[in-house]
Design a protein around this ligand. Structure first.
Ligand SMILES: NC(=O)c1ccc[n+]([C@@H]2O[C@H](COP(=O)([O-])OP(=O)(O)OC[C@H]3O[C@@H](n4cnc5c(N)ncnc54)[C@H](OP(=O)(O)O)[C@@H]3O)[C@@H](O)[C@H]2O)c1
Length: 338
């Protein structure tokens, strides 16, 4: 094992150029990175929708620039100013502002705050940690919050929107494993139905065939929902979830607006649960990773959920296809291997 920090390393860094942003491959040194106690040789990173927005410049993700992209990483500690970590430790980092405010994981070397570091839980490899990444962690957080809010299989099917994406695909496997009937609502049913059923979806519905109605309450259809889209889809879910069902609001792939009324909340007891994976009490983070490595660990993580393993050079091209909703499943970026 090589435990020396190299003098120079490659990274994909996003710069502000006039009023837009531009991602560039660069050679950096440790002094170029934002401060942190722990230096990590990155083995794997992965691509989330947020990374695609940051790298293509389609969304305002970077809160300061230039910054190394990549909200997730797994790898091995090289140096640590915090005694909790020592050279050779296998670790992962998801969220915690890396790839946004702090330099991130799409680099051969990363430096991060000790608070952001999660010791690799027993039961997960460095590769599997990034097969899950923020997407898997967020799906796990949604399951945790919904179970804590008394969501049970008896209430009925869980509708999962954006199911061919990273969060959605892993949510299918987690909710199925937890005993729920799962309905995947996708924009590309024809090309992905077989794969969604392999992951665990009991029903697959085409988003284009939905009739959403406009009444404050529509006929009940779902026991609960995991929503990656926002916009009119989330508004429709509030109108169609059964009494006492929960909706985990995760994403905005369709839009950030939400036009609804209080009627589903006060006449059906529906709960809209916010899911925020970036910052949270550390004990929650550790507990969810432990579950993901153990009882919740998705089957077929590397064979079915991960559809692509790429190198750093291929990242910008895949980000374009993610924004166009043409990808499915998870993309792992192999930096140095595990
Ligand atoms: N709250 C949090 O902490 C958190 C954490 C992670 C991700 N997120 C958010 O969750 C969402 C999903 O993330 P991800 O990493 O899973 O993304 P992803 O892998 O790119 O998947 C997004 C999926 O959403 C659907 N979609 C994409 N563009 C769409 C559009 N314009 N209209 C309708 N549907 C569209 C597609 O699914 P179908 O073709 O199957 O419909 C696509 O596969 C994103 O909005 C992301 O920012 C939030």
């Amino acid at each position: 094992m090589n435990t020396a920090t190299p003098a120079a390393f490659r990274a994909l860094r996003v710069h502000a150029v006039d009023k837009r942003s531009e991602a560039r491959f660069e050679t950096l040194s440790l002094d170029d990175l934002t401060p942190g106690e722990v230096v990590i040789r990155v083995a794997y990173s992965c691509l989330n929708y947020k990374d695609a927005l940051a790298i293509t410049g389609k969304g305002r993700i970077m809160r300061q620039m230039p910054r190394v992209a990549g909200i997730d990483l797994s790898g091995t500690v090289i140096e640590s100013a915090d005694p909790a970590y020592k050279p050779g430790d296998a670790v992962l980092v998801t969220g915690c502002n890396i790839g946004e405010l702090l330099d991130g994981g799409l680099a051969e070397i990363a430096r991060v705050p000790a608070d952001a570091v999660v010791p690799l839980p027993a039961g997960l490899s460095l590769f599997e940690a990034m097969a899950l990444g923020t997407a898997g962690f967020t799906a796990g957080l949604a399951l945790r919050r919904m179970l804590d809010n008394h969501q049970s299989p008896e209430l009925g099917s869980i509708a999962i929107t954006g199911p061919t994406g990273g969060v959605g695909a892993i949510a299918i496997t987690l909710f199925k494993r937890a005993g729920f009937h799962v309905t995947a609502i996708t924009g590309k049913k024809a090309s992905t139905e077989a794969w969604l059923r392999e992951l665990g979806a009991d029903d697959v519905v085409s988003r284009q065939d939905l009739s959403m109605g406009t009444k404050p309450l529509e006929s009940v259809l779902w026991g609960g929902a995991v929503d990656n889209l926002g916009g009119e889809t989330l508004a429709w879910l509030t109108r169609t979830v059964k009494p006492w069902g929960s909706i985990g609001s995760i994403g905005l792939a369709q839009g950030p607006e939400l036009q609804t009324t209080v009627i589903p909340f006060i006449l059906r007891g529906v709960s809209l649960l916010g899911i925020y994976s970036v910052e949270m009490p550390r004990p929650w983070r550790l507990a969810i990773w432990k579950q993901l490595a153990g009882a919740w660990k998705p089957q077929g993580l590397d064979s079915r959920i991960v559809t692509r393993v790429i190198g750093l050079d291929e990242v910008p091209a895949i980000c374009d296809t993610m924004i166009a909703a043409e990808t499915r499943g998870r993309t792992v970026v192999k930096i140095a291997g595990g």
